[in-house]
Design a protein around this ligand. Structure first.
Ligand SMILES: [Zn+2]
Length: 87
């Protein structure tokens, strides 16, 4: 098994190293989830600041790999948070 690369620290960089349950997602975006033996990898959206949960089936062995940083539409300043009223 190859060694994991050393962790990249600056939070502004989208670090692609895998995260484990109990760690905090530093960046909102698309993550690939790697389970242990019961499910093929799949894709989820995780918001920055979320504490990554353990899996109900493989527990703390599950890993989250950041793929693409993305902003939640609700916090993007260019968009209305409610439909503008027609005047
Ligand atoms: Zn699992």
């Amino acid at each position: 098994m190859p060694d994991d690369p050393p962790p990249l620290i600056p939070p502004s960089v989208f670090d692609s190293s895998r995260l484990r349950p109990g760690m905090v997602a530093a960046v909102s975006g698309i993550y690939r989830v790697h389970h242990y033996r019961h499910r093929i990898p799949h894709i989820v959206f995780i918001e920055a600041g979320a504490v990554l949960p353990p899996c109900k089936r493989c527990g703390d062995v599950v890993e989250f790999a950041p793929l693409i940083a993305a902003t939640a539409l609700q916090v993007d300043d260019d968009f209305y948070t409610e439909m503008p009223t027609a005047t």
